[in-house]
Design a protein around this ligand. Structure first.
Ligand SMILES: Cc1cc2nc3c(=O)[nH]c(=O)nc-3n(C[C@H](O)[C@H](O)[C@H](O)COP(=O)(O)OP(=O)(O)OC[C@H]3O[C@@H](n4cnc5c(N)ncnc54)[C@H](O)[C@@H]3O)c2cc1C
Length: 408
């Protein structure tokens, strides 16, 4: 186990997995040379970089804590602000933590008292569904990234799974790399991004992922798989429905050096309709996307939520045709398997938009977002979600499926 042999299916993959001793490489462009650089790390020190550097320092200090901790509060580890506690909890920051976890997983003790494994990022797509979480909660908390290689067109950047995705997006846009700008402001960690193939404003993260490295707890080894083998689809991948034993440690992004504006989403094309082409760049797009999102979505810092609570359901063409005779304004998109219906529209037509029941409700600007106005226990929240889903079922004969991962 000491010499972990990483199998790579990608020619560009030269990932150095020496944990926090990794060296950050940064290849400045001519314009960037004018900027000030952080001498130690050789990267520019924007506010985002300051946050990342702070996290790395905290991680170094934390290296002597017990690996398995007990009765740990998860309140700060989920954006829905549910006050659950993990019976068993550990933090994985570097390669040797994966090894320790593997040894634990294979131990006689663990075999005699098996537990489900739940891999936790920022908890922005997670519902802790009981007060005491029985699963072993494995928190991923690493925050390094390297430029691995580049050619005339692309740059390959490998990121640790614990890095905040929104921080990495800002870094990439600030450095003029294109591909992630439409995904600016999405909550969560880099490691969780491929899990449900996060998407927004006409882009999905699969469009910019080159390969993904995960630790396979069953065999105690790292594996790197390329984009195709991740089986990405709408809000899904091979990592979505698994038992927690495939733990993503790194994601390698392939970003464009030349900016390509994806304005397929109408709110974005409208926002830039009167802007000179030469003034549009990854950073200006990212800023606009964040502005649009801020106006539409509640900030979890102020109001507990986990983004879209339900997936957009896909129904058959026949079902869609029947509904569109009764509801000519139904919001639907083409899908390989039929018609994808806007869950937000369904919820709004059922009268839940902006409705508050005690301390739970659907957000007034985006009815797909369930908001926690102050409940600490999950029952009230899930009961309300069931009421919404049941009402949609009765009115439209459509099943709403919850998007977040429900953990016990
Ligand atoms: C305000 C708000 C807006 C949002 N907007 C969007 C949006 O526009 N588009 C979108 O797609 N999503 C959106 N989301 C949902 C969420 O941001 C994403 O799903 C995000 O990728 C979750 O990241 P996380 O680190 O918080 O994952 P968590 O909630 O911690 O985990 C989510 C799932 O990923 C698994 N996982 C996490 N890390 C790893 C890992 N390293 N290895 C293997 N499995 C792992 C977990 O086990 C779990 O199954 C939004 C959420 C919020 C709160």
């Amino acid at each position: 186990m000491e010499n972990i042999d990483k199998k790579s299916s990608s020619p560009q993959n030269k990932i150095n997995l020496q944990g926090f001793q990794k060296v950050n490489l940064y290849f400045p462009k001519e314009d960037d040379k004018k900027k000030s650089f952080n001498k130690k790390e050789n990267i520019d020190e924007s506010s985002v970089m300051k946050r990342i550097l702070r996290k790395r320092k905290q991680n170094m200090v934390a290296q002597h804590e017990e690996f398995i901790q007990h009765d740990v509060s998860l309140l700060r580890n989920n954006t829905l602000k549910i006050d659950a506690r993990a019976k068993d909890y550990c933090v994985v920051r570097r390669d040797k933590d994966f090894v320790t976890l593997y040894e634990l997983y294979k131990s006689k003790d663990f075999k005699q008292n098996p537990k489900k494994i739940f891999v936790l990022g920022e908890g922005s797509n997670t519902i802790f569904a009981s007060r005491e979480i029985e699963s072993l909660v494995v928190k991923i908390d690493s925050a390094y990234f390297n430029i691995i290689t580049q050619d005339d067109e692309f740059v390959w950047v490998s990121c640790d799974a614990g890095l905040l995705f929104r921080d990495f997006v800002v870094w990439s846009c600030e450095n003029g790399f294109s591909g992630l700008e439409n995904l600016a402001g999405i909550y969560g960690t880099v490691g969780a991004a491929p899990v449900q193939n996060i998407g927004a404003y006409g882009t999905e993260v699969k469009d910019v992922i080159d390969n993904v490295t995960y630790f396979d707890l069953k065999i105690g080894d790292f594996r790197t798989i390329n984009n195709k083998d991740c089986n990405f689809s709408y809000r899904s991948s091979i990592f979505k429905y698994q038992d927690g034993t495939k733990i993503i440690s790194q994601v390698c992004f392939k970003l464009k050096k030349q900016f390509v504006f994806n304005d397929s989403y109408s709110a974005l094309s409208k926002a830039f309709a009167n802007v000179k082409k030469s003034d549009i760049n990854p950073l200006s797009v990212a800023k606009k996307v964040m502005e649009i999102r801020d106006n539409k979505l509640p900030n979890p810092r102020n109001l507990g939520n986990c983004g879209s609570f339900f997936k957009n359901p896909v129904i058959s063409f026949e079902h869609y045709e029947r509904l569109s005779l009764i509801y000519p304004n139904i919001v639907a998109y083409d899908d390989n398997d039929g018609k994808k219906i806007s869950a937000a529209w369904l919820i709004e037509v059922c009268g839940f938009k902006g409705k508050k029941y005690n301390k739970v409700g659907m957000y007034n600007k985006q009815p797909l977002v369930l908001v926690n106005y102050g409940v600490r226990t999950v029952t009230e929240l899930l009961d309300f979600a069931d009421l919404v889903a049941q009402t949609v079922k009765t009115k439209f004969d459509i099943d709403l499926i919850k998007e977040p991962h429900i953990v016990y």
